[in-house]
Design a protein around this ligand. Structure first.
Ligand code: SAH
Length: 215
């Protein structure tokens, strides 16, 4: 895989930094993972622009700067076991795989999971496990997690996900009604409960119940 031209890559990284992605480890991971293979078809020429783009199953690959900000907010360390709800294209999971020990990523659309797995394999990202399930119930078999990231908007942080967060763990999740501006929040679990802080307004597709139609 050749990846983007040096100048395209520089512009991509510049856009990230100018929008608040400043942590070295996160920038390095985003430099290493080529967004190109995760964007296919009509929009592949725009893979290095800082914008969300349509993917299969009526879903979207998030805007790179939002991926960067969410990753930064998650404060991932190399020993962490991370759960991502909302595999989509697999791009966010690929970035996380460079920062964490192990990444579990789940989506309700089997097709998205299949396609993401092919890219993970082609790129040698062996510490990612992708599964087709309704992620609003988390992944009890692998719980608890050090970090949980939800890349679809829920009205509230789902209870089962809160329950699967380790003490000392962090979850990042967009909350709010779909189709309106949502707020990205960070939840920290302490010995005694959960602390919340707001990061910024965002806009994500909704977290839906059940599996999607397989196409
Ligand atoms: N993180 C992705 C973008 C996610 S788009 C990327 O990097 O490309 C949001 C994804 O959440 C969609 O693929 C959608 O199918 C998925 N989703 C929505 N509700 C879900 C649920 N209950 N369980 C699992 N995945 C869900």
């Amino acid at each position: 895989m050749t990846g983007p031209a040096a100048e395209t890559k520089m512009q991509f990284l510049f856009a990230l930094r100018s929008r608040g992605v400043t942590e070295r480890r996160v920038l390095n991971a985003m430099e290493e993972i080529d967004r190109g293979p995760f964007v296919r078809g009509l929009f592949s020429e725009r893979a290095y622009e800082d914008m969300p783009l349509p993917i299969a199953c009526g879903q979207t690959i998030s805007q790179p700067s939002v991926v960067g900000i969410m990753t930064q907010a998650l404060q991932v360390s190399p020993r962490d076991k991370v759960l991502e709800v909302g595999t989509g294209s697999g791009y966010q999971a690929a970035i996380l795989s460079k920062l964490a020990r192990r990444v579990y990523t789940v989506d309700r659309h089997a097709r998205l999971v299949r396609e993401a797995r092919v890219i993970f394999e082609a790129q040698g990202l062996v510490n990612i496990t992708a599964m087709t399930i309704d992620g609003s119930y988390g992944l009890p078999d692998q719980a608890p997690f050090d970090r949980i990231i939800v890349t679809a908007a829920a009205e509230d942080p789902p209870g089962p996900l809160l329950a699967q967060l380790k003490i000392g763990g962090i979850m990042v999740v967009p909350v709010g009604q779909s189709d309106t501006v949502q707020t990205l929040i960070r939840v920290r679990r302490s010995e005694t409960g959960f602390d919340y802080d707001e990061i910024r307004p965002v806009r994500f597709v909704p977290l839906l119940e059940g599996l999607g139609p397989d196409s």
